[in-house]
Design a protein around this ligand. Structure first.
Ligand SMILES: Cc1ncc(COP(=O)(O)O)c(C=O)c1O
Length: 349
């Protein structure tokens, strides 16, 4: 079925000073919205940003049938807008929707929705080197009925917000061995709302103890590193880039995949495997140089300065010559069109 997107643009468009505002606080002037009813998508529209009217019975408000994505658009050096790895985000969106019993969005509709919206609000793509436009596609169950069931109706929407540096300084993280984020067979590898709601309490406790984030461990042994907040966990030890394998309990991060590809192309040994906190302790205690960082769309590469394991804090290597900054720089250059996009990751509007 062909989906024509109607566009109602706002006459007056103001770009405010967004740099000083917290991440995600200011939406751009427009948004995309489409309705799913009777087994089909209808009314695909780009419209001025507005609040929704939902029945208090809407299923998403009660049973968590919600899925989202997060990607970024960049202004390239030669003045084009580049949406980074839209295809890979689409693939993950579809997998998450499947896991949550939600209907797929046709790829053409997804791509056109984002293309039209980002093009219309193109003035909002920051020109500053450290800026980008965060693009948030999401779907919610809207059928109005109290009852634990799969919804028959949905809204698929896209909103955008200018984004700058996510974390102002290197992170202090705590290895979490009491609470778990996800278990085998659960929804850990889906980008569904409930995963985040469930992570708030342990993260809040870690913040109260002076840490920025937790490093989750596996649900069986509470020993193997999983991921952190909205980032995959990566380590560079003994000249090897190590990251937990895609087990089904962690998100298949697009940044993770990009950095692994960039590292492999540079001739760096890359290992996707289990990594226990015991292995980290051994490396720290042997006096090795340990780089640790989070990899995610929002934070890109977030250096970790301190890892707390039990009652002990270990210091990671965060000096300017660290490998993670080289990988970050290469990713930056591809997205800004400075170096060749050999992997075809850029979608240029
Ligand atoms: C739980 C979780 N892990 C990892 C990531 C990193 O994924 P990506 O690099 O695709 O943003 C995210 C962010 O989307 C996330 O929410």
């Amino acid at each position: 079925m062909e989906h024509t997107i109607s566009i109602k643009s706002q006459a007056e468009r103001k770009v405010t000073d967004t740099k000083s505002l917290p991440f995600g606080k200011i939406p751009t002037e427009h948004m995309f919205i489409a309705e799913y009813k009777n087994g089909e998508w209808h009314n695909a529209q780009v419209v001025p940003f507005h609040d929704l009217t939902l029945s208090p019975l809407a299923l998403c408000l009660h049973y968590g049938q919600t899925v989202f994505e997060g990607m970024k658009a960049f202004m390239t050096e030669d003045g084009h807008i580049n949406i980074f790895r839209m295809d890979k985000h689409y693939e993950r969106f579809i997998k998450s929707l499947h896991r949550m019993c939600m209907p797929p969005v046709p790829q053409k509709l997804f791509t056109n929705a984002i293309h039209q919206l980002v093009q219309l609000d193109g003035d909002w793509v920051p020109r500053e080197a450290d800026g980008s436009l965060y693009v948030r596609p999401f779907m919610i169950a809207t059928e109005d009925r109290i009852g634990v069931k799969v919804s028959e109706e949905y809204l698929f929407m896209v909103v955008c917000s200018p984004a700058f540096q996510y974390y102002a300084k290197p992170l202090k993280v705590k290895v979490e061995t009491n609470f778990v984020r996800a278990a085998e067979g659960g929804t850990g590898n889906a980008k569904c709302g409930g995963n985040y709601g469930g992570a708030f309490y342990p993260t809040q406790l870690a913040r109260e103890a002076g840490y920025d984030q937790v490093l989750w461990t596996d649900s069986v042994h509470n020993e193997f590193i999983e991921e952190s907040g909205t980032m995959n966990a990566m380590f560079f030890i003994d000249n090897v880039l190590v990251t937990p394998q895609l087990s089904g309990t962690i998100l298949d991060g697009v940044t993770r995949d990009s950095l692994l590809t960039i590292a492999a192309a540079k001739g760096i040994t890359v290992e996707e495997r289990q990594i226990s906190y015991e292995e980290l302790i051994r490396a720290f205690e042997a006096g090795k140089r340990v780089e640790a960082f989070g990899a995610g769309t929002a934070a890109v590469v977030a250096p970790i300065e301190i890892i707390a394991i039990g009652h002990k804090e270990y210091k990671c290597y965060i000096e300017p010559d660290a490998m993670m900054y080289q990988l970050q720089k290469e990713l930056f250059n591809i997205r800004k069109g400075v170096t060749a996009d050999t992997n075809k990751w850029n979608y240029i509007i």
